[in-house]
Design a protein around this ligand. Structure first.
Ligand code: PNS
Length: 161
């Protein structure tokens, strides 16, 4: 039986930290679904479809394995998507104790709702300080985000200045 995992998130926009987690998770499972989900607690920069395209392009640009699918979900619980595609595991990156505190309740709720387990990967320390919210802020004020995001993302953000 195929082991299918999902890396969910806002990815607004995808960062090098996200890509690091995606690549390592893809090496651990037969199929990896990168799932862009709207987070109502956050003010969005990019439309969902744009985020999906940028992740797809970044995955190709980084020559990642072919077992990665990028898509979005907007019609219910994250675990409903997992059930639909037969995924039993969620993968998240943990940069700090702040992430642990943020992710722990979601992991418990997702397990209670549908028996979906969450595993946490530690990012490469080079990306430990990188977040989409920081990228949004720096890009919004005209700063250079190229050290923090895939080339396709910095090119896209620059062309939309
Ligand atoms: O990148 P983010 O914004 O931290 O990702 C959070 C996200 C989108 C994974 C989370 O908000 C989520 O799972 N939303 C889907 C709705 C849901 O299933 N909520 C209940 C379980 S937490």
């Amino acid at each position: 039986m195929s082991r299918i995992a999902v890396v969910p998130g806002s990815f607004d926009p995808v960062t090098l930290g996200h890509l690091d987690v995606i690549e390592r998770a893809a090496g651990l499972f037969d199929e990896l679904h990168v799932l862009v989900v709207h987070n109502p607690a956050k003010t969005a920069l990019l439309p969902i479809a744009q985020r999906v395209s940028l992740i797809q392009e970044a995955v190709v640009e980084a020559s990642m394995p072919g077992n990665i699918t990028v898509t979005s979900w907007s019609v219910g619980l994250l675990v409903d998507y997992c059930t639909d595609v037969g995924a039993s595991v969620l993968v998240k990156g943990i940069r700090s104790q702040v992430d642990v505190a943020y992710e722990t309740p979601m992991a418990i709720v997702n397990r209670n709702l549908a028996g979906v387990e969450t595993i946490f990967l530690l990012p490469d320390p080079a990306h430990a300080h990188v977040s989409s919210s920081l990228v949004r802020q720096v890009a919004g004020l005209g700063g250079d985000v190229s050290p923090y995001v895939p080339r396709v993302v910095s090119a896209f953000l620059q062309s939309n200045d």
